[in-house]
Design a binder for this molecule. Structure first.
Ligand code: ZN
Ligand code: ZN
Length: 232
């Protein structure tokens, strides 16, 4: 059964996030809502999410204006084409991850009990771009390592990072799949994510929410201490 959570921002009545965790490997997607403008954008599109997201949109009379993908692994893109058909919205992805969207069933790693539709006309997002929706304003961090074109979305005023599969509470993204690179992932996390304010809330593609500050201190995969400081 999917899980649904709501995050409210302190001191901001206008913005909130609905998070839905669904699909065979329990993948989170996050819908960022502006309640004044009645608009919303969605980050990632796991299997089983559309029905719930659609109910939320109807209940609050919201208009969904875009789908933003953190990367193109199937568990994050399974229903992307369904969202496009239902709402006629653009799909955004980093150019280096587009290839899996073009023929998703060639990259599923194992047989799935459902078919994923291709997306051939995605819009491209790089660090040069920003994502604006109502009062939401996201900078884009290109964080290669889990996949070539993984990106994180950072809203400074909200103190929120949509992290995809790059950084998890107490863990990091796997790098043993095609397109993965362990050293690149560590360097992306250190350079792009650990530079952010420690209070930033990290909403990941799997598992619990965490903060940048907590992971900087406790994440066993990306500790700040160099081996030389251990006397090695
Ligand atoms: Zn992934
Ligand atoms: Zn994932």
């Amino acid at each position: 059964m999917p899980n649904v959570l709501q995050y409210r921002l302190p001191h901001d009545e206008n913005r909130r996030i609905i998070a839905v965790e669904s699909g065979p490997v329990m993948t989170w997607c996050y819908m960022c809502i502006d309640d004044t403008l009645k608009s919303a954008i969605l980050f990632d599109a796991p299997f089983g999410s559309l029905q719930i997201i659609d109910e939320v949109l109807s209940e609050y009379s919201l208009t969904l204006t875009g789908l933003y993908l953190t990367h193109s692994h199937w568990d994050h893109t399974a229903e992307a084409s369904l969202y496009v058909h239902k709402y006629s919205i653009p799909v955004y992805i980093h150019p280096a991850d587009e290839y899996r969207l073009l023929s998703p069933m060639d990259y599923t790693m194992w047989a799935l009990p459902f078919t994923i539709g291709a997306i051939t006309d995605s819009e491209k997002l790089t660090e040069e771009n920003t994502v604006e929706s109502g009062s939401w304003f996201f900078d884009i961090k290109h964080v290669p390592g889990h996949t070539e074109g993984s990106i994180c979305f950072y809203d400074k005023s909200a103190g929120i990072l949509i992290a995809g599969d790059t950084l998890f509470a107490g863990s990091i993204g796997r790098t043993d799949l095609p397109g993965g690179n362990h050293n690149e992932l560590l360097s992306s996390i250190r350079k792009e994510l650990f530079a952010l304010d420690g209070a930033t809330i990290v909403l990941s593609g799997h598992g619990e929410a965490t903060t940048i500050g907590y992971e900087k201190k406790h994440n066993p995969y990306v500790h700040d201490v160099l081996p030389s400081e251990y006397g090695l």
